[in-house]
Design a protein around this ligand. Structure first.
Ligand code: FES
Ligand SMILES: [Fe+2]
Length: 386
């Protein structure tokens, strides 16, 4: 009997996954709508593996401090805002937004080392951002989140904002940037063009798609109603590790609907994150203010449904460091190399993490196969209703 050595193609592929790091990404993270934190009360926010207190002083500035008082460990997020300071509920020590203890009402003097951790904050486009840096440095001036013009303009709706806790590591949501095929199978959309560009702090996904007729009919019934949506164009970029701005245009028969979608998150700990979505819609002749509001509400629901579809997969999948890819998959490894820049010390960021990288998927084969699948689904549902 002769034993044949297994050839490489016979070998079983093993799934590899290193332990998840408890270090959290360097960068601006959005905590949600700024006004949420302007009610004069302290807010508890679990982020970056810690409990934080977020409060807005009388001066209108929103501050983020470590949640635990350096005196005897009281929970500052259960305290009271007094002037520009947060007063601890335990013995009333007053902490300023810069992390320094400003006064102790029952004491003559504040101890010398009375300083706690403070996170830099920024408000832009009615959103609150907090800067996380494991090295404790201030945000470099050139690391910015682009301004979203529509967010403060009268001819756009206000933010429709949602948030939810997802119990997995945040890398899963980042992977979506390059994952064209899941948009068809999980989100019931139909990509026809798909390209990624990574450069410096930005990772972009450009996607064009057509309406998937089988999914539309399943949603709306065969009648539909309203103008027919033909497809969409999406240009979505992560700016830093967690804040994605998606310029999303829906093409209807006769007009385009312009929206900006935010897909952002902050890590709660290494195994969970807070996932947020925001949407604004531009008014137009075809879409006067009230109709735009209604559309924004509908789109917001639609985005939540999309998140739910992803969550269902994340809940049951395993972490994989060595995905096995085919030619029509996007550049998962290059994306993760880009993402790595936020997890190493600033001095250790390598050119391969930030150099410009472009990749366009050849969609010939996917489009052919997906067309067939949609047609088969339509024929089956027509057969069933006949
Ligand atoms: S523990 Fe905060 S004032 Fe004493
Ligand atoms: Fe997804």
């Amino acid at each position: 009997m002769i034993h044949v050595t297994a050839t490489e193609s016979d070998a079983v592929r093993a799934i590899e996954a290193e332990a998840v790091s408890s270090r959290f990404a360097r960068g601006w993270h959005c905590l949600g709508l700024a006004e949420t934190f302007k009610d004069g009360k302290p807010h508890t926010v679990h982020a970056f593996g810690q409990k934080l207190v977020v409060f807005t002083g009388a001066d209108g500035k929103t501050n983020v401090l470590d949640g635990y008082c350096r005196h005897m460990g009281g929970d500052l997020s259960q305290g009271t805002v007094k002037g520009n300071e947060i007063a601890c509920p335990f013995h009333d020590w007053r902490w300023g937004g810069d992390g320094r203890c400003k006064s102790i009402p029952y004491s003559r003097r504040v101890p010398l080392r009375a300083r706690t951790a403070a996170w830099p904050t920024m408000e832009q486009d009615k959103l609150l951002f907090v800067w996380n840096d494991p090295e404790g440095k201030q945000p470099p001036a050139d690391v910015r989140i682009p301004v979203i013009e529509g967010a403060t303009r009268d001819d756009w709706t206000d933010w429709r904002w949602t948030e939810q806790v997802v119990h997995t590591n945040a890398r899963e949501v980042i992977d979506n940037v390059v994952d064209m095929a899941h948009f068809f199978y999980i989100h019931k959309s139909f990509p026809t063009y798909f390209k990624n560009i990574f450069e410096n702090q930005t990772a972009t996904q450009i996607m064009k798609g057509v309406t998937r007729e089988d999914a539309r009919r399943a949603r709306e019934g065969s009648g539909g109603g309203g103008p027919r949506m033909l497809g969409n164009t999406s240009v979505a970029s992560y700016h830093g590790p967690s804040f994605m701005i998606d310029e999303l245009t829906y093409h209807y028969e006769g007009y385009d609907l312009h929206s900006v979608l935010i897909n952002c998150h902050y890590p709660i700990d290494e195994n969970s994150f807070s996932l947020h979505s925001g949407i604004i819609v531009q008014h137009s002749d075809a879409l006067p203010p009230e109709a735009a509001e209604a559309t924004a509400a509908k789109l917001s629901e639609f985005i939540l449904l999309g998140f739910q579809q992803d969550v269902e997969i994340w809940k049951n999948k395993t972490r994989i460091d060595n995905p096995l890819l085919c030619e029509e998959d996007g550049p998962v490894y290059q994306l993760r190399r880009w993402y790595e820049q936020f997890y190493v010390d600033a001095a250790d960021v390598k050119p391969e993490m930030t150099d410009r990288f472009e990749f366009e998927i050849d969609t010939t084969r996917p489009v052919e196969s997906w067309k067939k699948e949609v047609e088969e689904n339509l024929a089956r549902s027509e057969g069933a209703s006949a």
